[in-house]
Design a protein around this ligand. Structure first.
Ligand code: NAI
Ligand code: A1CAB
Length: 285
């Protein structure tokens, strides 16, 4: 969906977990003009707290404190396997009317509602290009989340890139497999292309530049052109030429089929994590 320009953000926000994804989101918020003093970050791992202080001048706390109660939005950026324990620590400190926004893969809003005793929950699946404002985030809101709360979520996530609201929570597992994990697939291709380049006589710097520029250029062409990727691919592929040799090799070795199977494995893992780390596995007594 298209997000319209919003006024500058001045809302107390708490982050539970201050690792990779929290850093990507905090960077976006500060760029948008949120004063660092409006952020509360709970992060038990000292090196992660030091990294936040160094990167953003943000002072994180080792454990939740009563200061969390001033947050209108509590953003959950812990690993799926630590969500239940973190919820147990945090829930007595958060304001009863706070909006909860989770980015944890595979943790359902049913589990979060059970652990927190709140229905004001939005689940998001961002990706790491959020760090440079080019992220892609899928979003799902519990029915009890009103339009004002959704607007707050959009305001917080808009500086990180594009947003897509979903009506069906189960689709978030597909989003996880596609755009959530997707940057890792692109990096794997970049590694392979650059390695092949050096094997064929280029320097590492040359191969890296060529691979990166090719990804950026091809992505931009696909985004701007109205043509389907299959047609764009055909235009590169001269009969009997070099691209034909490469694509034929990939097809003979079922690279497209294997790639699709790999994404199904990612979706299946997200679904399995819901059972493995969700409320039926670990309930708050
Ligand atoms: N890294 C990625 O590309 C993406 C990650 N996610 C999700 O974001 C979440 C966080 O992932 P990352 O940032 O990559 O992991 P991370 O390991 O970098 O960050 C998690 C942080 O939570 C902290 N933590 C552990 N227990 C805690 C507690 N009780 N209270 C507060 N903080 C606690 C850890 O010390 C750690 O720094 C995960 O649930 C993941 O599924 C979602 C989309 C993309
Ligand atoms: O690998 C993971 O589980 C997380 C979710 C999407 C990207 N990283």
């Amino acid at each position: 969906m298209t997000v319209t320009a919003l006024p500058s953000l001045d809302t107390p926000i708490a982050f539970i977990g201050g690792g990779n994804m929290a850093s990507a989101l905090i960077g976006g918020l500060l760029r948008q003009g949120l004063p660092a003093a409006q952020l509360e970050v709970v992060e038990p791992f000292e090196p992660a707290r030091a990294a936040l202080a160094q990167a953003f001048g943000v002072t994180a706390q080792a454990a939740p404190s009563p200061a969390l109660a001033r947050a209108r939005l509590v953003l959950w950026a812990v690993k799926p396997q630590t969500f239940a324990a973190a919820a147990r620590e945090v829930r007595t400190h958060a304001a009863p009317g706070a909006l909860h926004l989770s980015v944890a893969a595979g943790i359902t809003t049913d589990s979060i509602a059970h652990w927190l005793g709140s229905e004001r929950i939005v689940r998001a699946m961002p990706n790491t290009p959020a760090l440079v404002g080019r992220g892609m985030t899928g979003l799902y809101a519990r029915p009890q989340v009103d339009a004002a709360a959704r607007a707050l979520v959009e305001q917080v996530l808009e500086p990180t890139g594009q947003l897509l609201w979903l009506q069906d929570e189960a689709q978030l597992d597909a989003v996880t497999a596609l755009s959530g994990s997707g940057p890792a697939y692109v990096f794997l291709f970049l590694e392979a292309m650059a390695r092949a380049g050096t094997e064929m006589g280029l320097t590492e710097a040359q191969a890296r530049q060529l691979a990166l520029a090719t990804f950026q250029g091809a992505s931009e062409l696909a985004a701007r052109s109205g043509d389907a990727p299959a047609l764009l691919r055909q235009r590169v592929t001269s009969p009997g030429g070099t691209t034909h040799a490469a694509i034929s090799h990939m097809q003979q070795h079922q690279v497209p089929e294997q790639f699709i199977a790999a994404m199904h494995a990612a979706q299946a893992r997200a679904q399995a994590m819901a059972a493995e780390f969700g409320k039926d596995h670990e309930a708050i007594p």
